[in-house]
Structures are given as C-alpha cells and as structure tokens.
Ligand binder design. Structure first.
Ligand SMILES: Cc1cc2nc3c(=O)[nH]c(=O)nc-3n(C[C@H](O)[C@H](O)[C@H](O)COP(=O)(O)OP(=O)(O)OC[C@H]3O[C@@H](n4cnc5c(N)ncnc54)[C@H](O)[C@@H]3O)c2cc1C
Length: 636
C-alpha cells in the first residue's frame, strides 16, 4: 500500500531548507567513496548532479544515449535562466520569485519546493559565473538580465540566445574534471530500459548498448533519473527529436508514481506548422516578447500582407486583454489567446499563425540594438522562413514545448521507491500547472548542484554501503524482460512505420489533450489511444535485429511507451475537472475565457500508480499553502 509523504520540513517557509540541511545526516568523506551512484542523463540536471557528487567523493556512473554528454537537449535552451539577484533594484526578491512561480503555476505546486528553488537561484548564477559561463554583461561589467513572461521584474540571465548551451558547457567541464579524476565513469550510447529494485530499493539499471545491441546491467546504492521531459509524446514539439519518456515510464511501470501527467506546456512563440512532412517544431525564444508586439487583423480571413493592414485595423490582443503584463503574459495565457483569435478566423490569412512584430522596437531602439539582443534568433528565423524579420513581422503559433508533469518526488527529490531520485524536467516538482519562462534551467541546476547532493547524503546516512551483486536474480530478470520485449517488437512485422503511428498519436493528443480539453473529447480520446496502442502491437514494422545498432527498434520502444503515457495524460486531464494553468477545461471558464480553478476539490497533486496497460490507481497529495493565499490568477 503506497503512502504518499511529501516530507516537507516544518518551520517557516524561509527556514525550511536551511533547517533541513542542518538536520540531515552526513556521510563522512572516507565513507562517501564506498557509495556508488548511477545517474541517467547528462543534461543540465544530470551533469550538474554527476559533477557535484563526484566532487563530494561519491563513485558515480553517468549514462546517456547520446554520443557525448554535451548533446543533451538542454543545449537547445535559448532565452535564459531566472535568479532573484535584484541587480536592477526593480523590486525583485527571493519571495517575489517564489510568488511569481507559484502564481505562474496556478497554485498547483508544492509551496516548499518552489520556495527552495527561488532561494537557491542566486547560488546557481554564482556557481556558473565561477565556472566561466559567459553571461551577457552591461558596459560596466555587471551581469545583464531581461524580462520573461509572468514577471514584472527583470531577472532572466542569458548568454545571447544560447544560454542552455553555455550552462551545459559549464556543467560539462566540471563533469569532465571528475571523469579525469576517476570519480565519474561515463557511459555514452546506452539507453536505460529498466530500474532494478532489490529488497524494495532502487539498486541499479539495465541498459541497451545502442551500438552493439547488448543488454548490460549496472549496480549502485542509489539511482538518479535526470532524463528530461515528454513533450515529444505529441510527435511535433520543440524538443530534440531523440527526447523521450522511456526512462521515466519504465520506472513508473516498476512502481514509481507519475504525477500530474496532463500538465503540459504549449509555448506561444514557435514557428507555425508547415505540413504533414514536418518532424519537428522550432521555438523562437520568449525573450523576443520583451520587444516584439503580438497582433492579428481585426478582420476575419484577412488576406492582406501585414504592411497593408493599417494600425487601427490591428488587434494587439495581449496588450488589450492583459494591460499590466501585455506581451509578457505567461505562456499558457498567451498560447490560449493565440488559439482564440485563430479559432475566430483572425489568424494570418485566416490560418494558424499570428504576428510578432519588431517595427516599433526598431523605431525606438534602432536596428543595431535589436540585432545585438536577438541577432542569432533573427538569423535562424530568416534561414527557416526565408523572410527578413527586421522588415516583415515574424509569424508564430503555439507548439508543445515542456512538461510540468513527471515522476512524483518528495521534498528530497526521492520518488516513492527508496533510493530512486528524480531531477530536472523528469520530475513533477516545482512548476505546478504552468512553468514560467527561464525557470526550467533554474530548476535543473538547482536539483543537480544544490538539492540532491544534500538529500542523497541524508539517504545514505541510514544505508550501509554494501556492494550490490550485479549478477543477482533481479538484474537477470530485468535483462530477460528487455530481451522479451525486443523479440516481441521484432516479430510483429506489420505494415506501418513507427513514425506513422507516433504521428497519429500526436494528432489525437494535440487535438484533445492540447491547449484546451473537454469531457466528451477526453473520453473519446482515451478510447482512441487505447485502440491505437492495439494497432501498434498488431501492425508496426520494426526492421533489423536486436543485436546491432537499430534505430527503428529504439524508436519503437519509445513510441510504445508514449502510447501508454498519452493515455494516462488523457485520464489525468479527465479526472481534473477544473481549469488551472496550462490545463484548460472548456467547461470551466469565465465569460471572457479565463480559467476557473476549483481549489476545494482539486488542490492536490494527482500521483498515478501503474496497475496494467490502460489501468491506473490515483493517489492524492493534498497541497498545503502556509505562506500564500490562493488567489485568482490575473494578469489583467
Ligand atoms: C527549444 C527549447 C528552448 C528552451 N529554452 C529554455 C530557456 O531559455 N530557459 C529555460 O529555463 N528552459 C528552457 N527550455 C527548457 C529546458 O531546456 C529543459 O527543461 C531542460 O534543459 C531539461 O534539462 P534536463 O537536464 O532535465 O533534461 P535534458 O537536457 O533533456 O537531458 C536529458 C538527458 O537524459 C538522457 N536520457 C534520457 N533518457 C535516457 C535513457 N533512457 N537512457 C539514457 N539516457 C537517457 C539524455 O541523453 C540526456 O542526456 C527550453 C526547451 C526547449 C525545447
């Protein structure tokens, strides 16, 4: 019987983490080297955890399916990372960052975790600067920052439009130092397919060597999953094409609870979909909304080019609907607004796109300033769209981007399986029903540099560093399970490609579990996805063999998992009969289309236990708010 315990420490919110750190057990330096830790994932969360745990003296094994840890999807992050430094004296503080984040998530996150995130945000910037991360600076040498959605202060630190890459290079250098010192062993091109549980605790993993197809097992006294999010469940998303949910999903099927799967973020500033042949969507960073103005024509099906639509016939709908936040309204609100105007037929040429216009900014600041701030993003836009955004407004539309749901963890970032920790986008922890821009990098690095290094020590403090036998029956069973699954996939020999089925799943999800959801649509899509899962297992074609490099086989395993996860997203969305953050139920909205939350019945984390394919049991973690009052979220 699973008992959810968030393990939130007592005391005032501003003292919880400090007191908890003091009260936690410590492992003495000589004993640390007796503990082995497995970390799956070398993105910002995994690389920062591996580097820090190595530095502390633990013996770390880090795994990634990439050919270099540097290729993790974190590298794609463009816009920036939040921290409450308050350099501008514009009213920022740890409390304000906490409050903005909890309000941004529509009061559906765990207060204590969100506060801790804001609290360590400043340490992250110091750590990264010390590593040499080249953040943008002002003329006098101080770090520059800019505004992002959902905030009225300027707190986003950035390195041009490649912040993720620069932060990852910082973490990667620290990781490499530990590899050289022998504290971290790195395993590239390995895909984790099972978590191995021995006597009720996570004690290892089983992986497929993607180059040879061999199944290998690795043992440790704790396992950390830092395997990223699941936006690619939608097929088209802004995530790198390799991103998938397999590690988290297999852990879920081994007993880890999956929390709030229906909280998925559809980002407002992406390039519109071009056609059925497309395999990926492109993000235009939210930072562009600092200076770009979003608009559509007031007329339905207006076919005029933008420069022929006079000012008084334009609808700057974000500025009109949300005068205080304007173009910097948070993502869920901005995306839904774009959908509304396009559903009314007022999108560009009556289609699914809106303008992001820099004409005013160029007039006010000069083209050279706009170029300095966003040059590489403008270049990227022109390369893809073949239009010069300095002259013609950009065309944008919302696209799946980030997932707030993930494996359930307690305050220590440990799942309900003892010894299994989850960090970064893979956990559900800090963002509630909607993540604010520039807060994912902050969370990944908070988890890896500043939270898990303490909490894993606390866990080891009550564990004996007994070596785990990698030849034990639990490891053999998990190897057999993987081989059976591989043989099953290879023996179907159907007619449809893996991508064809994945695309069908994507269409079902974006249509019924996308920017808006309703009872009838969700009931139907649950059945449709279950049918599609059957279709997959009857009719997919997976070519090649198991004992070789086989990318079709890799993708088939991941899509099989997405088909189950997609169904759970719909089940969760149906269960949550309220609108909150990015989860918008048509039945619960005000007259002018704003979300109506139901705090009485739904102020809980929905944590799902896997029973069998298509069947889950719901556990609820009631959310308790000691420091903030549950207010109606307004950006007007
Ligand atoms: C285009 C884009 C731009 C973004 N810009 C910003 C931004 O400006 N600011 C911000 O805060 N956030 C941004 N985000 C979000 C942010 O980048 C991610 O949330 C964050 O980088 C995730 O980091 P992570 O370490 O949790 O996971 P990832 O970086 O996705 O790393 C996952 C790691 O896990 C490994 N892995 C996964 N599964 C397995 C497996 N089964 N076996 C072995 N290895 C596995 C992968 O190889 C990889 O190393 C952006 C996202 C996108 C898509």
């Amino acid at each position: 019987m699973i008992q959810l315990d968030s393990k939130v420490p007592s005391g005032h919110i501003s003292e919880k983490w400090t007191n908890h750190k003091f009260n936690m057990k410590l492992v003495n330096p000589a004993n640390k080297r007796k503990f082995d830790v497995i970390i799956v994932g070398t993105g910002l969360a995994g690389a920062s955890a591996a580097a820090t745990l190595g530095e502390l003296g633990y013996k770390v094994k880090a795994f990634t399916y990439h050919d270099s840890s540097r290729r993790a999807h974190s590298i794609a992050a463009q816009g920036g990372i939040n921290a409450a430094k308050n350099y501008q004296n514009d009213g920022d503080s740890v409390y304000r960052l906490f409050y903005d984040t909890i309000k941004g998530g529509d009061f559906r996150s765990r207060e204590a975790n969100t506060y801790r995130l804001a609290e360590v945000s400043n340490n992250i910037i110091d750590q990264c600067v010390a590593q040499g991360v080249p953040f943008a600076r002002e003329y006098g040498g101080t770090l520059a920052n800019r505004s992002f959605g959902g905030a009225q202060v300027s707190r986003t630190f950035y390195a041009r439009g490649e912040t993720g890459q620069q932060l990852l290079l910082g973490a990667y250098s620290s990781l490499n130092r530990q590899i050289k010192l022998g504290n971290v062993e790195i395993y590239h091109r390995r895909e984790m397919l099972e978590v191995v549980i021995v006597d009720g605790k996570a004690k290892g993993i089983t992986v497929r060597n993607l180059l040879t197809g061999e199944i290998e097992s690795y043992a440790a006294q704790a396992v950390i999953l830092a395997t990223g999010g699941y936006s690619n469940v939608y097929f088209l998303s802004t995530s790198a094409m390799l991103c998938n949910a397999t590690a988290a999903w297999r852990a879920h099927k081994t007993g880890a609870l999956f929390a709030n799967p229906c909280y998925t973020q559809i980002h407002p500033t992406c390039l519109p979909v071009h056609g059925e042949g497309q395999s990926k969507l492109v993000l235009m960073s939210e930072s562009l909304r600092n200076d770009g103005r979003v608009w559509v024509s007031k007329k339905v099906n207006d076919q005029r080019p933008p420069n022929e639509i006079p000012e008084d016939e334009r609808d700057y709908y974000l500025e009109r609907r949300y005068p205080s936040f304007g173009n910097l309204a948070p993502r869920d609100v901005s995306s839904r607004s774009a959908k509304y105007v396009c559903d009314e037929g007022r999108g560009i040429n009556g289609g699914k796109a809106v303008y992001l216009d820099f004409a005013d900014a160029i007039k006010r600041l000069g083209e050279h300033v706009v170029k300095e701030k966003y040059g590489n993003l403008f270049e990227m836009y022109e390369n893809i769209m073949d239009e010069n955004p300095y002259k013609v407004p950009m065309k944008i539309y919302p696209a799946p981007h980030y997932t707030m749901g993930g494996l359930w963890v307690d305050y220590n970032l440990m799942s309900n399986i003892p010894g299994l920790f989850v960090a970064g986008e893979a956990n559900f922890s800090d963002h509630g029903a909607n993540r604010l821009g520039a807060s994912a990098l902050m969370q990944g690095l908070a988890d890896g540099y500043f939270v898990i290094p303490y909490t894993i020590g606390n866990y080891f403090g009550s564990e004996k560093p007994t070596k785990v036998d990698v030849n034990g029956s639990e490891f053999k069973q998990s190897e057999e399970k993987i081989k059976e699954n591989t043989n099953k996939l290879l023996s179907i020999n159907g007619k449809q490609t893996v991508d064809e089925i994945h695309k069908k799943l994507g269409h079902l999800l974006i249509d019924k579990v996308g920017m808006s959801r309703d009872d009838a649509g969700l009931k139907k899509v649950i059945k449709d996805i279950a049918d599609l899962r059957e279709e997959f297992w009857q009719d997919v074609k997976v070519v090649g063999k198991g004992e070789e490099l086989n990318q079709t086989l890799e993708r088939a395993g991941r899509v099989a998992d997405f088909l189950e996860l997609g169904e759970l997203m719909a089940v969760d969305a149906l269960n949550r009969d309220e609108s909150c953050g990015a989860h918008f139920r048509e039945e619960h909205q005000t007259e002018d289309g704003e979300a109506i939350r139901n705090d009485k019945d739904y102020a809980y984390v929905a944590a799902w236990e896997f029973e069998e394919a298509g069947k889950w049991k719901l556990h609820k973690e009631e959310l308790e708010f000691e420091s903030v009052e549950l207010a109606t979220r307004s950006y007007k």
